[in-house]
Design a protein around this ligand. Structure first.
Ligand code: MG
Ligand code: ZN
Length: 379
């Protein structure tokens, strides 16, 4: 019975190594029984595979995207349209339902659907949203508000004040302090224990003692990265992770690179590349945090592609006037000023990351987050 002795030893070694794998933070991604304590969801609005590919040609450093091992694809149609808008797509992520274009946190029948911020708050998890648009814009709004139309910025601002959000940063000040109802929501935010800044991000040491923090740094959208916004997204990401994790808190944060979509709409490749590279920098901050922490799941995806962007070989003219494709140079082109229906990549890192492999509907991002975290939806 020599062989069974060897077999027993092998089993014992396997069991032992599995046990130590549970402690080894680098190995947690392969252990489904370990639920992530924190979730960082990064959304680049209007970003398909080609936009991401541009970073591999036009970013001076290796893109942060290259750090992921778990990659999937999502199908993005909304409940009524083949081509989604950002409201329906963000509602799919935040609430797990397909809805009509323009909806914010409501189902196709316009009824409210519980979102990730509400669900996370039920488990005593801190929450945050960051965007380079107005903080009331469709993508961030879907994570804390419920409105039948994305155009209702002032209603959405009011709902943000009454939401469970602990940290937010972006534009949209006018929807708080220059409202048709003449209310000043900054006062309400202060009453709800927010420290507020409308000029710049504060240093962590200056907000550490506050329970909540709000940064409204533009009247509506923030400036493009190349026109004064600078490294806001990277800095806000860094600040949110420190702030939301203080006192050993667990957290959920949604971080949006909002303007890649706008560059696509305006068919402006230079704008697109700078915004994409800026978003990629924020991914780096999230991954660095997750690597160190070991209990944080990072998910990076987009709501849809915008512009029908291509990295084509540059069209050039030869001496006889005929056109040819020069394969040594990229000529960035667009096929539309609207959104497209192409499948969208999903990148995941950390405990539960393997769950995000495969091809699935955009609503499953929500389902998978709940599955790996064990967050309960409540009633
Ligand atoms: Mg957006
Ligand atoms: Zn768009």
């Amino acid at each position: 019975m020599k062989n069974s002795g060897i077999a027993f030893t092998l089993i014992a070694i396997t069991l032992l190594s599995c046990k130590s794998g549970g402690v080894d933070q680098k190995g947690v991604a392969d252990h489904k029984e370990i639920a992530p304590k924190n979730v960082i969801l990064l959304i680049s609005d209007g970003t398909g595979l080609t936009q991401i590919s541009s970073a591999f040609f036009f970013k001076e450093t290796l893109p942060q995207y290259s750090r992921f091992k778990h990659i999937g694809l999502i199908n993005t149609p909304s409940s009524r349209q083949n081509v989604t808008d950002s409201g329906a797509a963000a509602t799919a992520f935040a609430c797990g339902v397909k809805t009509y274009n323009g909806a914010i946190g409501v189902a196709d029948d316009s009824t409210d659907v519980k979102n990730l911020v509400e669900i996370a708050s039920l488990q005593n998890i801190k929450t945050g949203v960051i965007a380079t648009s107005s903080i009331t814009h469709a993508t961030p709004a879907s994570f804390y508000a419920h409105t039948v139309s994305r155009a209702l910025d002032e209603d959405i601002a009011m709902q943000l004040v009454h939401s469970e959000i602990d940290f937010f940063a972006g534009g949209g000040l006018q929807f708080f302090n220059k409202r048709k109802d003449e209310q000043n929501l900054l006062i309400e935010l202060e009453e709800k224990q927010f420290t507020i800044d409308t000029l710049r991000l504060k240093a962590y040491s200056n907000i550490r003692s506050n329970s909540k923090a709000a940064f409204l740094l533009a009247n509506n959208a923030m400036a493009p990265a190349s026109e004064g916004r600078g490294n806001f997204l990277l800095k806000a990401t860094e600040l949110s992770l420190k702030f939301l994790s203080k006192d050993q808190s667990n957290f959920f944060v949604m971080i949006e690179g909002s303007q890649i979509d706008w560059a696509g709409h305006s068919n402006n490749s230079e704008y697109l590349v700078t915004e994409l590279n800026d978003f990629d920098d924020a991914i780096g901050i999230a991954l660095d945090y997750a690597e160190k922490d070991g209990n944080t799941l990072v998910i990076v995806t987009s709501d849809h592609e915008t512009g029908g962007f291509t990295l084509a070989a540059k069209t050039k003219k030869s001496e006889d006037g005929s056109e040819y494709s020069d394969y040594s140079e990229i000529g960035m082109t667009f096929s539309t000023t609207g959104h497209t229906a192409t499948l969208i990549p999903v990148f995941a890192y950390g405990p539960g990351a393997e769950e995000f492999n495969g091809i699935y509907e955009n609503t499953e991002i929500f389902d998978k987050i709940l599955k790996v975290t064990n967050w309960t939806r409540g009633n």
